[in-house]
Structures are given as structure tokens and as C-alpha cells.
Design a protein around this ligand. Structure first.
Ligand SMILES: Cc1cc2nc3c(=O)[nH]c(=O)nc-3n(C[C@H](O)[C@H](O)[C@H](O)COP(=O)(O)OP(=O)(O)OC[C@H]3O[C@@H](n4cnc5c(N)ncnc54)[C@H](O)[C@@H]3O)c2cc1C
Length: 499
């Protein structure tokens, strides 16, 4: 029940919004969160995740501050480190050094302490053995900068956040869609929302927008990402339709970031239009570094082994979308099936197997046909090009390459020669969009003159400036937490009850 005066209204109850709400409450504010989804679908994209978290840690002792590890786990695991320098390198390299330097610095330098703060709010973390470590010479070796996940994955994370909010008296209204900001020359004074179908004015001293990007809006995707993006499947919630961005732009906020860019991955060809909470992120197919990918023309179109999955998966959805008929098959043989992630073993999967590559092509034709002659030629040329004398090691970029192909596979190249062969059909699944509004280092939304709009803050997917072209896996949740906490803290302090 929405009643009385609120200090801070947060629009959107995903990870960024709930972190903002907790931070605002901690600073003395009475907080209301508006969530467009019904109760059963609450939690936004955050709930669909595996909860992978990219943050700075300088060894196992930093991990022990965040989660419990048994002596056996410590003895049998090589967690490595993920230093600030490495994070800067990864973010810079992947975004073509376009990431806003202030935002990058806040994300990286505050990543660990923000997770510690979340822990203090009851959120639990666990090592991510299943997806981010391979057993090598008797040890679980972590690779790619992602050592921890939220306990219980995305569903565990959002349950923890809602529980923490409830315990602290933060109110959440469901089926409550923010439509417009209440705004005059003095700034923002609340939100006009549709609450269970009724237009409602909710006044507040500050508003935090945290209601996602425009990935679930086919019209906006096509308008900003470009032709063909209407054909992508949406990996997560159907509620992130760009409303928060529109609300802010309507009152003069500055648009910012990579509006034509997004995070998009290889996603099961027959997945539904939007995400399915029962399946979560398992429609993704992220073991392609150990496979080859071919399109309808029967040819490879990218270097599957260019880097660890964490650094290529978010841009390969776009590659798949631009292939004829927007699909790609991933082909594995028995040498690597043990490296396939858990998502390859779900029931809702577009998969065929056969004892020969020829037989595989015939079975693939039942779902999404490829040019068979070209496909057979691709496989035999690929097999012949593999440099077999280079040792194979999935825990490092092993440099085991092909040589002489139009597009070489530059790591983890094994010939396809051990049947039965497995093929998985993928299309493009869009995760979230990179363009949005501009904030300053206090999480305040800036206008087109780059001045803060009084009373308006933002965090999460709807903020532009951090990601361009690509994205290091596990950064979305941590950035939502870091900037959510900053925005909520600023909004809470503006209200001034604790000062
Ligand atoms: C399948 C999948 C797997 C992923 N895996 C990972 C991972 O392992 N690690 C990682 O770091 N990132 C991952 N991501 C990315 C991550 O989900 C996002 O970066 C992050 O959750 C964004 O948080 P957010 O709070 O900004 O948005 P969301 O969590 O999407 O929250 C936005 C909320 O706003 C609500 N909303 C929208 N419009 C309105 C409105 N007008 N009024 C009120 N409410 C509104 C929505 O219903 C939603 O609840 C994944 C994403 C998907 C889809």
C-alpha cells in the first residue's frame, strides 16, 4: 500500500534498485520501491543471472572476507588474483578505452568494499567452481577474473536483497510502473506511476531511477541498435522497456554512452521471446571456445578461441544476429564434451548428435539447415589446419591455433575427430543495452548542460558510459551494486535525516 510521504522513491527493483534502496534507508530515508512486474516476476534481469561477480581481490584472503571456504577447498583451488590493474586492463581493452574514467575508477576501486557492504546486509557469496574453474593437474584453476557468485545465483541474490529490504522497513509496490517524473524548475519531486492500472502521483524528495535498459523494447532496439535487432530474443525480463531512460530524457537529462551497443550472446534457437525464470540463463551456450561455430552457409564466421569466454561472449550475439537467418551451430566432439558448461545439459535445448559430420549435417537440417557441402569442407579444412604440436590447456590461453584459415581459431583448437559429434543451435539473445543517461560521481543525473538535475539519481543498466562494444562478464551486477549504493547514499543524504 502506497501511503504518506516518502523521502526517496526508487524506480525498479533489480539489484541496482534494491542496493540503492538499502543505501538510502541506511542514510535515514523512508523509501518506496516501485516495481513494474508483479510479485512473482520481481527482481528484473538480476534474477535471471548466475550471480557471477567481477570484483578486485588480491588472493584467497580477500575471498575469505566475503565467503566461507573449507580447508580442502583452499588446498585444492588456485583462485589466483584479480587486481585493480587487471580490471582496468580488461575494461579498457574490451571497451576500446571508451569507458568513462570516473565511472571505471569507481566501479573498480569500490567493487570489493561494495560486496562487503552487501554482505553486511545479509547477502551471501560462494566460489564459482562450476563455471569458472577447470581441473588441471589436480587443482581447480580459476580463470578469467570471476571467483565468486552470489549464493543461490541471481534468484538467491534478489531474495536476499528483498529480505534485507523488508527487514529494514523498505516498502515495495508491485505492478507499479513509473511513467513520468514530477518536475519543475527546482528539480524532481516524485513520480507519476501506473499502480495496478491506476495513474498515481507519488511525491518524494528524491527519485532514483534503476529500471533497466531498453532491451525488451523491440521498437527501441531497432531504432538505436539498428536493423535486425527486432529479431533478437530477450534473455531476461520483459519489463525493461526503456521507460526510465525516457522519463529522464523527457525532463532534459543528457543521453550518454554507447546507444548503438548492447550485451548479446549465443542463445538457444528455440528459446522463448523473453526469459523464462524456470530456465534462468541456461538458454545461453557459452562453451563455444572449445567448439567451432558455423552459419547457414556452412562456414565459420569468428575466432571462437579469441579469448576466454568471459571476454568474447557478450559481443558474439551480435555476430550471430548478422549471419544469414540469424543462427549459428556450435559443433563439439567427445574430446571436449566434459568441458561443456551445465547449460548444455538442460531439457529445453536444440541439440543433435551423430557419428559422422555428414550425419550431423542431415540432422541439423531438421532445425536450421546449413549448406552441407560447405560445412563438410569447413570441418575438413579446420581439422587439417590445427597445430597439433602445441599443448592443449583450457585453463590458460594456450595458443593452440589453426594456421592458414580465412579466420583462424587462435586458442583451444582441437580437430573434430572423436565421435559422436554434438551440435547446438543458437541465435542472438540480447541481455541489456549500453546507452542511457549520464551521472556524476554522486550518482546524480546530469542535464544536457551537464549540470545535476536536483533530486534525480540513477544506477544500473539505464546509466550510459561504462560499456562500449563489449563487456567483461560479471560486471553488470557489481556495477549495479556500486552505482546503486552511490545513488542511494546520495539520495538518502540529500533528504538529510541522518545529518
Ligand atoms: C540471463 C542473464 C544472465 C546474466 N548473468 C549475469 C551474471 O552472471 N553476472 C552479472 O554481473 N550480470 C549478469 N547479467 C546482467 C545483469 O543481469 C544486469 O547487468 C543487472 O542485473 C542489471 O541490474 P539492474 O538493477 O540495472 O536491472 P534489472 O535487474 O533488470 O532491474 C530493473 C527493474 O526495473 C523494473 N522496471 C522496468 N521498467 C520499470 C518502470 N517503468 N517502473 C518500475 N519498474 C520498472 C524491471 O521490472 C526490473 O525489475 C545477466 C543478465 C541476464 C539477462
Amino acid at each position: 500500500m502506497i501511503s504518506g510521504e516518502y523521502d526517496v522513491v526508487v524506480v525498479g527493483a533489480g539489484n541496482a534498485g534494491m542496493c540503492a534502496a538499502l543505501a538510502a534507508q541506511e542514510n535515514g530515508a523512508r523509501v518506496l520501491v516501485l516495481e513494474a512486474a508483479p510479485f512473482d516476476e520481481r527482481g528484473g534481469n538480476s534474477r535471471y543471472t548466475a550471480g557471477a561477480l567481477r570484483f578486485v581481490y588480491n588472493g584467497v584472503n580477500d575471498l575469505l572476507k566475503l565467503c566461507d571456504l573449507s580447508e580442502t577447498e583452499i588446498a585444492t583451488s588456485d583462485f589466483g588474483t584479480y587486481t585493480q590493474d587487471k580490471y582496468y586492463d580488461d575494461l579498457g581493452r574490451l571497451t576500446d578505452y571508451k569507458s568513462n574514467p570516473d565511472m571505471a575508477e569507481q566501479l573498480i576501486t569500490l567493487s570489493q568494499e561494495t560486496l562487503l557492504w552487501m554482505r553486511s546486509k545479509g547477502i551471501r557469496f560462494a566460489p564459482m567452481y562450476s563455471r569458472q574453474a577447470f581441473k588441471h593437474e589436480g587443482k581447480f584453476v580459476f580463470w578469467g577474473g570471476l571467483a565468486l557468485e552470489a549464493w543461490g545465483g541471481g534468484p538467491g541474490l534478489v531474495e536476499g536483497l528483498f529480505k534485507s529490504a523488508e527487514d529494514r522497513g523498505i516498502e515495495v509496490a508491485y505492478e507499479a510502473r513509473g511513467e513520468h517524473l514530477i518536475h519543475d524548475d527546482d528539480g524532481v519531486h516524485g513520480v507519476v506511476a501506473t499502480v495496478e492500472g491506476k495513474t498515481t502521483q507519488i511525491r518524494a524528495k528524491a527519485v532514483v531511477l534503476a529500471c533497466g535498459g531498453f532491451e525488451a523494447n523491440a521498437e527501441m532496439r531497432t531504432r538505436y541498435l539498428g536493423p535486425g535487432w527486432d529479431l533478437a530474443k530477450v534473455r531476461g525480463t520483459r519489463f525493461n522497456t526503456g521507460n526510465g531512460i525516457k522519463m529522464a530524457l523527457e525532463i532534459g537529462a543528457m543521453s550518454y554512452g554507447n546507444w548503438s551497443g548492447c550485451h548479446a550472446v549465443g542463445w538457444d534457437y528455440n528459446a522463448p521471446e523473453f526469459g523464462d525464470l524456470a530456465v534462468g540463463d541456461n538458454f545461453q551456450k557459452h562453451s563455444y571456445p572449445f567448439a567451432i561455430m558455423v552459419n547457414a552457409d556452412g562456414v565459420r564466421f569468428c575466432d571462437e578461441g579469441a579469448d576466454f569466454r568471459n571476454y568474447t561472449y557478450a559481443k558474439y550475439g551480435r555476430e550471430i544476429l548478422s549471419q544469414p537467418h540469424q543462427f549459428a551451430w556450435q559443433i563439439f566432439d567427445q574430446q571436449v564434451v566434459h568441458l561443456q558448461r551445465d547449460e548444455y545439459r538442460i531439457r529445453q535445448i536444440t541439440k543433435v548428435t551423430a557419428d559422422t559430420i555428414e550425419g550431423l549435417a542431415d540432422k541439423m537440417a531438421e532445425y536450421a539447415p546449413v549448406d552441407k557441402a560447405a560445412f563438410l569442407k569447413t570441418v575438413s579444412e579446420y581439422n587439417a589446419a590445427v597445430q597439433r604440436d602445441i599443448p592443449y590447456n583450457p585453463t590458460v590461453k594456450d595458443g593452440r591455433t589453426t594456421k592458414g584459415l580465412a579466420i583462424d581459431k587462435t586458442n583451444w583448437a582441437l580437430p573434430l575427430e572423436k565421435p559422436p559429434y554434438e551440435a547446438f543451435c543458437t541465435t542472438c539473445g540480447v541481455t541489456f543495452t549500453f546507452g542511457g543517461v549520464r551521472i556524476d560521481t554522486d550518482g546524480r543525473v546530469l542535464d544536457t548542460a551537464q549540470k545535476p538535475i536536483a533530486g534525480l539519481y540513477a544506477a544500473g543498466e539505464l546509466v550510459g558510459g561504462l560499456f562500449y562494444h563489449n563487456y567483461p562478464g560479471g560486471t553488470g551486477l557489481v556495477s549495479g551494486s556500486v552505482f546503486g549504493k552511490i545513488a542511494g547514499t546520495s539520495a538518502g543524504k540529500q533528504v538529510g535525516r541522518n545529518t
